[in-house]
Design a protein around this ligand. Structure first.
Ligand SMILES: [Fe+2]
Length: 170
């Protein structure tokens, strides 16, 4: 959405949130997902609530389509195309993404057209149903992210309201 604004006072990135050494790969196979990409969904995630709490987001509901996932880009040129995710009526779909491994070239998120520099261990927030998001093509290595998902009640009458005032409120 062109007029989307981060809630005032909310940071986009938490630098050095948690070392990738604390990451444990969930069980299950990766699912191929277009050129040079694959992903693995999982329901229970260590650190999920802690991750959202770092952005002041605590009233979380489960995201039904892709609760949490590992995103893996492994071929030169692989990237996530720009898109906006669906969300159930009355909710916003939000993701807290933890960079686990980053190639020497590319791999940064691009949020509403703005490239955001992140490093392994950093955590960033993406209002996936509200802002266009994509990632830079990678080169020379692999990219792993751990993406925590949540739904937030779409604001009606509290302080976030003005930040999302371009959207219809339920
Ligand atoms: Fe997305």
């Amino acid at each position: 959405m062109e007029n989307f604004q981060m809630p005032s006072g909310m940071h986009r990135v938490v630098k050095n949130w948690k070392s990738p050494k604390f990451f444990a790969m969930p069980a299950g196979a990766f699912v191929p997902n277009t050129f040079g990409r694959e992903y693995k969904s999982f329901r229970e995630a260590a650190f999920r609530e802690e991750a959202f709490a770092r952005f002041g987001l605590t009233e979380l509901f489960d995201e039904p389509s892709n609760p949490n996932f590992i995103g893996h880009h492994y071929l030169d040129g692989a990237f996530t195309h720009e898109h906006i995710d669906l969300t159930p009526k009355g909710f916003m779909h939000v993701r807290a993404n933890w960079m686990i491994q980053k190639p020497p070239v590319g791999g940064n998120p691009i949020l509403d057209g703005v490239t955001v520099e992140v490093s392994p261990g950093d955590l960033w927030i993406c209002f996936a149903s509200e802002e266009r998001h994509a990632s830079e093509p990678i080169a020379g290595g692999e990219r792993f992210i751990c993406s925590f998902g949540a739904l937030l009640k779409r604001p009606k009458d509290f302080s976030l309201q003005r930040c999302f005032s371009v959207l219809p409120c339920e």
